[in-house]
Design a protein around this ligand. Structure first.
Ligand code: S3P
Length: 173
């Protein structure tokens, strides 16, 4: 069976929903940021600080291709995975792509103060950074996705349930 890749902005619930979804489907689970941290022996924030965003994006692409080569994995992707065309086409070919949607208000509530862990939100005005990045990325998320689920006001369990309902309407083999 194909892999299932969760995409969406930081704070859209990819990791929490992904773990629940994997359990319910009997799939294994991979969180890309965790894999990158394990492989490099460094926290994401330190990779950005010491090596720069480009180095992080290279590690992200390498990790994505490795994880996508497996089968029956629910993959929680980093929020910026859709920035590279190479990543978007690898996702399209090797997984069913699920876009977890959330508006700027909701995202700010969930991750506005996590700049220590999320270097792109480590600014004087994380709210403005969220709005700008969401706007820049929206069309990439939309175009990469096979399925979209609005997460606003829903528990992670409910989101997982909605994804499973959607999956039954498409051929996931
Ligand atoms: C990023 C999202 C983060 C992490 C890195 C960059 C982004 O992952 O990969 O800080 O560009 O949106 P989460 O979406 O899991 O927070």
């Amino acid at each position: 069976m194909k892999n299932i890749a969760l995409i969406g902005f930081m704070g859209s619930g990819k990791t929490t929903v992904g773990r629940i979804l994997a359990k319910r489907l009997g799939y294994s689970f991979a969180d890309m940021d965790e894999v990158i941290e394990r492989k490099s022996g460094k926290a994401i924030a330190n990779i950005f600080r010491d090596d720069g965003e480009e180095a992080f994006r290279n590690a992200e692409t390498e990790t994505l291709l490795e994880v996508l080569a497996k089968a029956e994995v629910v993959i929680s992707c980093g929020g910026g995975v859709i920035l590279r065309e190479e990543n978007r086409s690898a996702l399209r070919l090797n997984s069913i792509v699920v876009f977890l949607k959330a508006g700027p208000e909701e995202i700010f509530k969930r991750v506005g103060n996590t700049g220590d862990m999320r270097p792109l939100l480590n600014t004087d005005n994380p709210r403005a950074a969220i709005e700008r990045m969401l706007q820049d990325r929206e069309s990439y998320y939309e175009s990469a996705a096979d399925i979209g689920v609005d997460t606003t006001g829903k528990s992670p369990g409910r989101v997982a349930e909605l994804i499973i309902e959607e999956l039954t309407t498409i051929d996931i083999a």
